[in-house]
Design a protein around this ligand. Structure first.
Ligand SMILES: NC(=O)c1ccc[n+]([C@@H]2O[C@H](COP(=O)([O-])OP(=O)(O)OC[C@H]3O[C@@H](n4cnc5c(N)ncnc54)[C@H](OP(=O)(O)O)[C@@H]3O)[C@@H](O)[C@H]2O)c1
Length: 234
């Protein structure tokens, strides 16, 4: 059985502790104040979660920092740099500013890439970035299971992560390379804005839809668009 160490006992840390424990992992829920972790674990009353310090949580097989970049996440994680080398680190960060109106990072990077840049020896898998905290208790909307977009450049790490989270009540979508976190994180910025506009916030999520398609089948435009008209490879 794998252990998952969570650093931070805020909205996401607590929900993810419960989600990983219910998926069958052993969870170390770490706080800067281990007494806070004790109180939360007692209140959750979910088997498989142990209160911890950050130091203790960082001993787990997989480590998940559940804190904000704007609150000094990179600096807080520095002491664990060598300890986490070669380990899977699950990055859930969205680089929100203090009033959640925008990001503190420019468009050509992401929280996931910044973490990887500072800690190149960590095996970073980006996940849960698109899932707002109030979605964890009921991730299904009108019977539709919603998505968690998963990004990473280390395919073996991504596969190990996908095996562990498989029992969770989400559909996990391989969303490609780590740099795609730029898009996923900004999709969260957008869903937050849309959720507020339409009165859903914070109960909304994404589901990517599609169906198998064969080129040329039932394409009612194919006789109209010839290569001479600028068709070509599609
Ligand atoms: N909220 C969401 O819906 C959501 C969705 C997707 C991704 N995320 C990402 O998940 C991460 C955590 O978000 P959250 O909403 O769970 O945050 P939160 O409720 O504010 O909790 C953050 C936790 O970080 C820890 N922490 C460590 N250093 C801190 C500092 N200097 N100041 C304040 N807290 C500090 C604290 O835990 P201890 O006191 O126990 O150490 C705190 O409870 C962020 O990167 C966010 O972008 C959030």
């Amino acid at each position: 059985m794998k252990t998952v160490g969570i650093l931070g006992t805020g909205r996401m840390g607590v929900r993810l502790a419960e989600a990983f424990a219910k998926a069958g992992a052993r969870v170390l829920l770490g706080s800067r104040d281990p007494r806070r972790a004790e109180r939360i674990v007692e209140g959750l009353n979910v088997p498989g979660i142990t209160p911890a310090s950050y130091q203790q949580a960082a001993q787990a097989d997989l480590v998940l920092p559940a804190m904000f970049l704007r609150d000094g996440m990179i600096e807080t994680l520095q002491p664990y740099r060598t300890h986490l080398a070669g380990k899977i680190v699950i990055d859930i960060s969205n680089p929100f500013n203090a009033d959640y109106t925008d990001f503190i990072l420019p468009w050509d990077t992401s929280g996931a890439e910044e973490l990887q840049r500072h800690f190149p020896e960590w095996r970073i898998v980006g996940a849960f970035k698109n899932v707002w905290w109030e979605v964890f208790d009921a991730p299904t909307f009108d019977g539709t299971v919603t998505d968690v977009f998963v990004v990473g450049d280390d395919n073996a790490a991504k596969q190990d992560f996908l095996t562990i989270v498989q029992p969770m009540p989400f559909r996990f979508v391989d969303a490609g390379r780590l740099a795609n976190a730029r898009v996923i994180e900004r999709m969260t910025l957008l869903s937050g804005e849309l959720g507020q506009r339409y009165g859903y916030f914070p109960r909304m999520n994404y589901r990517f839809v599609g169906e198998p398609w064969t080129p040329g089948s039932a394409d009612r435009y194919s006789h109209l668009i010839t290569p001479a008209m600028g068709g070509g490879p599609r």
